[in-house]
Design a protein around this ligand. Structure first.
Ligand code: BGC
Length: 751
């Protein structure tokens, strides 16, 4: 690379605040710009814009060459700002029409500073927090030259066997909608091209979260009812919030692979939802249309995916190889090619890349793992933790404890504290639970050891980024000695904190499971710890609900911290000591055992509903913890529900409820409103979340909390009419602190 030519440009970049322009560019201006450029571009150059190459698998020479020739529109996986500036410089000075590049990256829960995983963010039930978290992630990523996040993942997931449940907002369409829109706003800011913001990419369109058996990439078969009323709703919310791009899913939806699914990509996305951005395929998903049996070969795969509505191809370069001939044969019309390229050029223009594509290296240095970034992820981790059990108020920890054992394979592991999809996160930046507690409790004697080791024992998709650690306890004897050592430390302590769950590579992509047990010998360790008679606190670190039915009866305190990120240990220490009070609520129903899944709260009422908890004879069919559940160190009462007696089809229902903090600590509480439509053209779920609000109450404080439900929120897609309906009639309303809320009223929807 001709570095001499780059240096003056980099120096200029460092001197000013650059990278994105300050004023919004309108759709019309961007379209006009793109159209005038399209008039000048050759077919090969247009096709080049539709190519996204994998930075990690493209040599320096190849990347430079593709860029010089205008044969690539985007790279993914570059993270070095110097290299990104170099490539942008080649693109804007040497490629035929000086078109800058999009640099995409999986900014899922942070770039270098890692926040809690998206499922955890959803557990905060605080869309403002999620928006702020993604805005901070965008800030850090944009400083490195990344202008496009492959996030948020808005796939509804109701089966915790599916490893990617950690990347979304859980099981509920309403909570999913709120989190989807908030994250899009966080990434993109007030307008596309706003300083320090980047493009969002909503993925994986659509229905990817419901593979058979929770097996990643397996087929998805969803009724129209489930699609419209559940799975597509967060997508629609994200598009309505202005998401610039969408990623197509890997699997087939009702036997038509998503990447070749014209109904999804064109009829729904563009025609019904008026999406104006562009769609990128998932990794090699265009090529795999042949594997799926939708395409007869490479040309057919390119044609099917292109005509379905996939603008950009991630990594498999079939567009580059096949589109020219398809255009020549007339299978694809030149106008169709222009339509595919136009939104890519328009978004590059709106981002300000044509004005200045470079990043400022001083800003880059200042932004990475800054104090503000750390503060933001610590607060997010505190707000995301869910207190599942706290018998006899074992938490917060008593100040009189002198010796505490901190035991478990995840207690002092930076990489696991970060969690999956933290590819650019650095374990060296990360505060583990042990480190957080040491800093918080300098006068307490902390005794720590792993007790057991856990390994996945099967390659993970991210092994080249974070290889599976090699076990250090190689013999049975060494393993037994370590186990006994851990129990001995617990015996010497006043209280033990066990940090158990899943290593980061046990959750995420290609990380589905057939069981939900604590991996390895963690359950035995937990039982041995309880058998010592010492008070035990279980900290769960995982990307999915695990089978903790035994613990729920025998372990007095259980705190779910998910994968809490770079500041995880400090957040956990604050939560354990009461410097922060848990307020998270489950965004998923917590099953008792894997045999119950999929298990979710908003099922339909059917035969003998009073026996809905005894649908199995060998296991309760009730969850271990319901959707929306989470305890606090204080206690709240919810009473005096009042609501309008009814509303019209264009109106709003106003309800209020009295919430009182009856305990002795100030804390946050999430108040949730659910409805049920008693009769209609189809069965309606027993309860559906319609509104929620997070409030802060001082000890002893009592407040009337307002909640509003719009009539339009009561619409649903009816399988009877194959259309959205809003059906007058009687509805139930419940308000409370979980999906088992008991304050109840009924109201009537009239024309
Ligand atoms: C995943 C996407 C991700 C892409 C690029 C794929 O395997 O399914 O979620 O954005 O890789 O890393």
């Amino acid at each position: 690379m001709r570095l001499q030519t780059v240096l003056p440009i980099l120096a200029l970049a460092a001197a000013t605040t650059l990278y994105a322009q300050q004023a919004p560019i309108t759709d019309a201006q961007a379209k006009q710009f793109a159209d005038s450029l399209l008039e000048k571009m050759t077919t090969a150059e247009k096709v080049g814009q539709l190519e996204q190459a994998a930075g990690q698998y493209t040599s320096r020479e190849q990347a430079d060459d593709l860029t010089v020739k205008g044969q690539v529109g985007s790279f993914l996986f570059f993270t070095d700002p110097v290299r990104i500036n170099e490539l942008q410089h080649i693109a804007v000075t040497q490629s035929p029409h000086h078109i800058p590049l999009l640099f995409g990256y999986d900014v899922i829960h942070g770039f270098r500073t890692i926040g809690p995983i998206p499922l955890a963010l959803a557990a905060s039930w605080d869309p403002t927090l999620a928006e702020h978290a993604q805005a901070m992630a965008a800030r850090e990523a944009s400083a490195a030259g990344i202008n496009w996040a492959f996030s948020p993942m808005v796939d509804i997931a109701r089966d915790p066997r599916w490893g990617r449940i950690m990347e979304g907002a859980g099981e509920d369409p309403y909570l999913g909608e709120q989190m989807a829109a908030a994250q899009v706003h966080g990434f993109q800011g007030p307008y596309i091209g706003a300083p320090d913001h980047i493009l969002a990419c909503v993925k994986h369109f659509g229905g990817y979260g419901a593979p058979f058996g929770g097996r990643d990439y397996d087929s998805v078969d969803l009724s129209e009812d489930a699609l419209h009323n559940v799975y597509l709703r967060p997508y629609h919310a994200a598009i309505a919030a202005g998401a610039a791009t969408v990623m197509s899913a890997y699997m087939d939806l009702n036997s038509v692979p998503a990447t070749g699914n014209r109904w999804l990509m064109t009829d729904v996305l563009r025609d019904q939802w008026s999406f104006k951005g562009f769609v990128v395929s998932d990794w090699e998903a265009v090529k795999s249309l042949t594997t799926h049996g939708l395409a007869q070969g490479p040309a057919d795969a390119a044609a099917r995916s292109f005509t379905a509505g996939i603008n950009m191809e991630m990594t498999s370069s079939l567009y580059r190889e096949q589109l020219p001939a398809l255009l020549q044969s007339g299978a694809i019309k030149p106008a169709q090619l222009d339509d595919a390229v136009r939104p890519i050029l328009a978004l590059k223009y709106r981002l300000g890349l044509f004005t200045n594509p470079y990043v400022d290296l001083d800003r880059y240095k200042a932004e990475q793992v800054s104090t503000a970034q750390r503060e933001s992820v610590r607060r997010a981790a505190e707000q995301s933790a869910v207190l599942l059990r706290n018998q006899d108020s074992l938490l917060p920890l008593s100040k009189s404890l002198k010796t505490i054992a901190v035991i478990g394979p995840l207690g002092d592991s930076g990489v696991d504290t970060l969690g999956s999809w933290s590819l650019h996160g650095n374990p060296a930046d990360t505060i583990t639970v042990v480190e957080g507690l040491r800093a918080k409790l300098p006068n307490v004697n902390l005794l720590t050891t792993k007790g057991v080791e856990i390994t996945r024992g099967q390659p993970s998709i991210f092994d080249d980024q974070a290889p599976e650690p090699k076990p250090t306890l190689l013999t049975d004897q060494a393993r037994a000695a370590e186990f006994d050592h851990a129990v001995a430390l617990i015996r010497q302590s006043d209280l033990a904190i066990l940090v158990l769950g899943e290593a980061q590579n046990m959750s995420g992509e290609r990380a589905s499971r057939a069981t939900l047990t604590l991996p390895g010998r963690q359950q035995q360790l937990l039982e041995a710890a309880v058998a010592t008679g010492k008070p035990i606190v279980l900290i769960l670190m995982a990307g999915r609900p695990l089978d903790i039915t035994w613990a729920a009866e025998h372990v007095p305190a259980i705190l779910e911290v998910w994968y809490p990120g770079t500041e995880g240990g400090n957040a956990v220490a604050n939560l354990l000591t009461g410097a922060a009070v848990p307020s998270g609520k489950l965004p998923i129903t917590w099953p008792r055992s894997v045999g119950q899944v999929p298990l979710f709260y908003n099922t339909n009422l059917t035969q003998i509903p009073e026996a809905s908890a005894t649908r199995y004879w060998d296991e309760s069919s009730a969850p271990l913890y319901p959707f929306g559940f989470g305890l606090s160190y204080t206690s709240f009462t919810v009473s005096d529900l009042h609501a309008d007696p009814g509303l019209t089809t264009t109106g709003k229902l106003h309800a209020t409820v009295r919430v009182t903090n009856t305990g002795s600590m100030a804390a946050d509480e999430v108040i949730q409103a659910y409805t049920h439509q008693r009769a209609g053209s189809a069965s309606r779920p027993v309860r559906e979340l319609r509104a929620f609000t997070k409030i802060h109450l001082a000890a002893g404080e009592s407040r009337q909390v307002p909640l509003t439900i719009s009539a339009s929120d009561l619409r649903y897609w009816s399988p009877a009419t194959h259309a959205e309906v809003l059906e007058p009639g009687i509805f139930d309303l419940w308000v409370g602190d979980s999906s088992e809320a008991t304050e109840h009223l009924q109201f009537t929807l009239t024309q």
